[in-house]
Design a protein around this ligand. Sequence first.
Ligand code: FES
Length: 130
Amino acid sequence: MPLDVLYGHCDHADARFLKLHVRLTDGAHFEPEAAAGFRIMELMRAYGLPIKAECGGACVCATCHVRVPEKWQHLLPPPSDEELAKLDEIAGADEQSRLACQLMMTDALDGLEVELQPDSLIAQTNWVAG
Ligand code: FES
C-alpha cells in the first residue's frame, strides 16, 4: 500500500520489492516496502515513519539525518559536496551519517539498514507506521 502511493506519481509499477530496515534510536524496528528508484526518505515517509525531511528532499534542511552501519558504506555513493556541507551543520554527525533524501534505493542495497537520528525525528506521541 505505501508504495502504491508513490507509484501513483512514478512509473515503477513493475519494480520488485526490496528490503529496507529502519531503526529508531529507541530500538524500534520497521521494514518499509522498498523498490529501486525511490529515495530512502520517500520510502520512510510513505510508510508513515516520523522523519522530518522538512525541505522535501532538496538537500537544504538536514532533517533527514540517518546513520548507515559500516558494512553498507561501500555500497553507497559518496556524498556530494552539497550533502557534506549539510552534514557538517549537524551536531554529532559522523562518518556513518547521511541524508536519507540523497540516498536512492537500488537492487544492490536490498536489505539496507539505516537508523533515523533523533534530530530528524518528528516529536509525536501517537503515529502509526505501515
Ligand atoms: Fe531536507 Fe533531506 S529532506 S535535506
